[in-house]
Design a binder for this molecule. Structure first.
Ligand SMILES: [Zn+2]
Length: 383
């Protein structure tokens, strides 16, 4: 396919082009030094430089193209020097496709109950040993440059869903200052830096945050500060708003959404990439996402069920094993159970994004949306 001319990017070796639109949904292509990513795209989360219980080979086989790793966790364990000694995350974790690192901002704000927000950064206690640390835009960029991911994120302040408007406004102001600082201190030209829009569900603050970040100028933009406890309708209204504010020719990343209907909702509002720990976290508690809703394999009724998890799924768990066997693994806490359920849940979400892309390219995204809503709402609640 011949892509339209892509906008010029600051990052060297990158390009992004929207290839097709259907309503507000977009199908695009991101090119990186470690390969191409077709969008819409679900990014598996490899918090500590591993997607839990999943080999890189298996990730590639199930269709994952880009994985996310967390700066906060890698900074503390094993430490930046160990990763840098490998030449960066690709060699360290054995994944030669594109990698994205977050800035640590989200963890600093969500994990620490003793944080002190300063104008230059955040002082907090490590969840590993309680020691005090300060993350600043400079440090977050230096760490991400040493980790060596393809795509890196600005250090931002993600206000919780319970924050007051004044608190969210202060977070927006700091996020802008810190984003400018991140851009200034960036030295690597081969990393795409994403600016993160904050502002909670307040329209004025969202507009301000988007305008300020766009005036700094980034190759791609993330919608942060959602999925933090706000109501679903408020979240979607905010994504609607962002669709009208963000540059149409830049990649858009929604941080932290993993339920199938939510994914389709944001794709329909112009989001290109998204991530969530949900598929692998649910797998480790014995829950499978399926096209007929969630299955909790701890439920005794699966004890004699010889069907696959999802008869429409082509993953290794569905091709080779019954629900009764998978339930047995879960009940006996066999690690193969977590592995197979992780592979299945990831395949479902990666496949869902690929199906959305195919529907957008074919001009039938509305039908696809209705179909997903029907299937996932029929039995979509946990059992
Ligand atoms: Zn499967």
């Amino acid at each position: 396919m011949t892509a339209p001319p892509a906008p010029e990017m600051r990052a060297e070796g990158f390009a992004f082009a929207v290839q097709a639109r259907d309503g507000r949904a977009r199908a695009g292509l991101l090119q990186t030094p470690h390969g191409e990513v077709e969008t819409p795209c679900f990014m598996p989360v490899g918090t500590k430089a591993t997607v839990k219980a999943v080999l890189p080979r298996d990730l590639a086989e199930l269709g994952a193209r880009i994985v996310l790793a967390n700066t906060y966790h890698l900074y503390f364990r094993p430490g930046v020097a160990t990763v840098a000694a490998h030449g960066g995350l690709h060699r360290f974790m054995g994944w030669d496709g594109p990698i994205l690192t977050d800035s640590g901002g989200y963890q600093v704000f969500s994990l620490a109950d003793t944080r002190v927000v300063r104008e230059d950064g955040v002082e907090f206690s490590s969840i590993y040993d309680g020691s005090r640390h300060v993350f600043t835009p400079d440090l977050a960029m230096a760490v991400q440059e040493a980790l060596g991911a393809d795509v890196v994120m600005c250090f931002d302040e993600c206000a919780p869903g319970t924050a007051t408007r004044d608190e969210v406004a202060a977070a927006v102001a700091r996020t802008t200052r810190w984003a400018a600082a991140c851009r200034t201190v960036q030295t690597r030209r081969d990393q795409l830096l994403i600016g993160i829009v904050q502002g909670g569900v307040d329209e004025t603050l969202r507009r301000r945050s988007a305008a300020e970040l766009i005036s700094i100028g980034f190759d791609a933009y993330a919608i942060g500060g959602l999925s933090v406890g706000e109501r679903g309708a408020e979240m979607l209204a905010t994504v609607d708003l962002m669709d009208g504010l963000l540059p149409a020719d830049r990649l858009r990343y929604f941080m932290g959404i993993g339920d199938p209907s939510g994914i389709v909702d944001v794709i329909g509002r112009g989001v290109d990439v998204f991530d969530c720990v949900l598929p692998t976290r649910m797998a480790r508690t014995g829950t499978a996402l399926t096209r007929r809703g969630r299955l909790n394999l701890r439920n005794a009724r699966f004890g004699e069920d010889l069907a696959p998890l999802d008869e429409t799924c082509d993953c290794v768990a569905c091709r080779g094993f019954t629900r009764a066997y998978l339930r047995h693994l879960v009940m006996q806490k066999e690690i193969l159970g977590a592995q197979l359920l992780s592979l299945h849940n990831l395949r479902l979400l990666v496949g869902l994004a690929a199906d959305a892309r195919a529907a957008i390219m074919a001009g039938r995204f509305t039908d696809f949306t209705n179909d997903v809503a029907e299937r996932f709402s029929a039995g979509g609640r946990p059992e």
